[in-house]
Design a protein around this ligand. Sequence first.
Ligand code: XUL
Ligand code: CO
Length: 398
Amino acid sequence: MKEHLPFAAAYWHTMTQTGSDQFGSDVNIRNWFGKTPMDTAKNRVEAIFEFLSKLGVEYFCFHDVDIAPQGANLRESNKNIDDIVAIIKAKIKETGIKVLWNTANMFSHPRYVHGAASSCNADVFAYAAAQVKKGLEVGKELDARNYVFWGGREGYESLLNTDLKFEQDNMARLFHMAIDYAKEINFTGQFLIEPKPKEPTTHQYDFDAATTIAFLMNYGLKEHFKLNLEANHATLAGHTFDHELNVARCYNMLGSIDANQGNWLLGWDTDEFPTDLYAVTFALYQIVENGGLGKGGINFDAKVRRGSFEQNDLILAHIAGMDTFARSLKIVEKLKKDKFFETILEKRYASYKTGIGAEIVSGKANLETLEKYAFDNTINNKSDHLEEVKAKLNDYIF
Ligand code: XUL
Ligand code: CO
């Protein structure tokens, strides 16, 4: 189970989330709060390693701004990062806990108001590039297994003032620069892109798995990237999570996942801890079919609800998520043993195994031979019995 479920905690939700929302201020009081932002940052390192050790979680993920306070300028910010990274590095050595991925937050600061790589302002592009450079150096220093790009502000509000092609060209330019620099410093982590369709911008360029793969192929980036897929982002794109995973799998692009769940009644990213056995079972099934996640893992990009403000809720929430995945893994094991889905698919596509179907698949058939066949053939469709399939599935899940 440990091998199949490489869990990771998200630094931002676990260590820095305040519980505030549009209608109310901070509610989360944590025992790692210090006198200065830098004190808090140092205490947080102690706290997260204690937290991960107690939970038996082997990985964590972070943005640059999660681990260290931003300074008055880029130099100061980088200095703060260096100081904290040194402490993290010692803790990694002591505990064996690893970085699943790191990333640069190129969306929160006001400078990113018009985007980062897709900004209309070249100075902003340069700043974003500097943050990515530092992120890769940190990844190298901490031996991160992956480096993630989530394009928070990489999208647009209105076509009335947007050169869509130019903005995407620029995003690709930054990705190519990142690949070149990773090579230069010998950073061997896997590059990942995390698709999301909306929020914060109306039209995010990395809408979903299919859109992102098309972008990567178009710009000659496919060989260098895989996808980090998030359950709640799939929901926002109007997809199920297993749909997104399956699409990525078709292109050998499934890299890692952000495990959470959305609220079907709301149109935004609620980042709840995953407890839906059905959704997680279907997602894990895709991951098992993929032969696992390689360098990737299962990152709980999830936050406790505002009402769950006690520090202990962080522990309880992660346990809820991990237990859901553990239960789902047992279900997936049974489904695989019984060849549940294999049997359904085999029966459903059986007509392609012999006769005219086999000719279509092998490339032997053409429009003329198929017309000839269709002239004299009577089509005989079979029922899917999908309701029966769902009822049987209930027997596995409960
Ligand atoms: C935002 C989101 C991010 C990324 C990392 O919706 O999922 O936290 O995972 O930037
Ligand atoms: Co995420």
